[in-house]
Design a protein around this ligand. Structure first.
Ligand code: ADP
Length: 307
């Protein structure tokens, strides 16, 4: 694997609070890597260490082949970072804000002008370029912040919970933009506590909880290794079908049953046979898609949705 980020045994403590506890994983070059975890898991802290805003207590990071301890400027020149907090001048226009950020990266003149138009297109706000950022919605401001992080053509883009508290239209724009950036070969490190976002955007993931990585690998690999396999059943028969004995665990869900089994396909076959032979009407018999929700539940005993 060609890794763009390698994190080794990284630990960070705030006073008595261990925000990161011996974190180790790699992010391969290209595609979207999802950092999934509930609030307080340590995602922002990890991103602040990667961008040099904070220093680790112990452990190391290699980014684009460079040791993060002594190549900070070279790493920053190839990395885009969008923190959770919006950092824009409210009274200035979107374009003027981008001029400011571009100049910070040492850009100027025609190349900067061209790049600003390009990133405004990328985030879908070219038609609002002249308007003061103070008149924008939270989602539009976030998109301008993302545009600013793209001005210097980074190889690695770090997005810290970019969709929290924003409108659906901005969310869609951010998703489309990520898809387009992936196609161009950029690597995106995307943190979120919404598992649906990771399922939609990312090929590889690390699930964090309480400062630790509790599962890591390809999305499909993590689902295969940890997600519950289940069938949802609703029938006119209100009792649990006896054919389940020994091969599935039933729990009531909605108007039917959730039937967990290591071999859901075989279970499905048995259920069909059983209901046909008894002439019982089935309202719903559905193979459940393995979800990160069930992975999180299995590994931590708590639901990510309780956030
Ligand atoms: P996440 O981004 O996953 O929500 P954070 O990295 O923000 O998690 O926080 C990890 C833990 O560290 C949390 O318990 C949080 O309260 C704590 N923490 C974060 N920043 C600070 C800080 N500046 N001082 C003290 N504790 C902090």
């Amino acid at each position: 694997m060609n890794a763009i980020v390698e994190i080794n045994d990284l630990t960070k403590q705030y006073g008595q609070k261990k925000a990161l506890d011996a974190i180790t994983f790699k992010v391969k070059e290209g595609g979207c890597f999802g950092l999934l975890g509930p609030n307080g898991a340590g995602k922002s802290t990890l991103m602040k260490l990667l961008t040099g805003i904070l220093s680790p207590d112990s452990g190391g990071m290699t980014i684009m082949g460079m040791d993060a301890r002594n190549n900070r400027n070279a790493i920053i020149s190839k990395t885009g970072y969008v923190p959770q907090e919006i950092t824009l001048f409210e009274t200035l226009s979107a374009r003027r804000n981008l001029v400011f950020f571009g100049e910070m990266y040492g850009m100027k003149g025609e190349p900067l002008k061209r790049k600003i138009e390009e990133v405004l297109q990328q985030v879908g706000l070219a038609d609002r370029a002249k308007d003061a950022v103070g008149t924008f919605s939270g989602g539009m401001k976030r998109r301008i912040n993302i545009a600013a992080s793209l001005l210097h053509d980074p190889k690695l883009l770090i997005l810290d919970e970019p969709t929290v508290g924003i409108d659906p239209q901005s969310r869609n724009h951010i998703f489309e933009m990520i898809m387009a950036l992936k196609k161009k070969g950029m690597t995106i490190l995307y943190s979120t506590h919404y598992m649906e976002e990771v399922e939609a955007l990312c090929e590889d993931i690390a699930i964090m909880d309480n400062g630790r990585v509790i599962a890591e690998g390809s999305l499909n690999g993590v689902l295969e290794a940890h997600a519950a396999k289940a069938i949802y059943l609703e029938s006119d028969d209100v009792t649990v079908p006896p054919v389940l004995e020994g091969i599935a665990k039933a729990s009531a869900k909605g108007r039917g049953w959730m039937l967990e089994s290591s071999d859901p396909l075989a279970l499905m076959g048995r259920l069909v046979q059983y209901f046909q032979s008894k002439g019982i009407h089935v309202r719903s018999l559905e193979m459940m898609t393995p979800s990160l929700e069930s992975v999180f539940l299995k590994l931590t005993g708590s639901s990510l949705r309780d956030e």
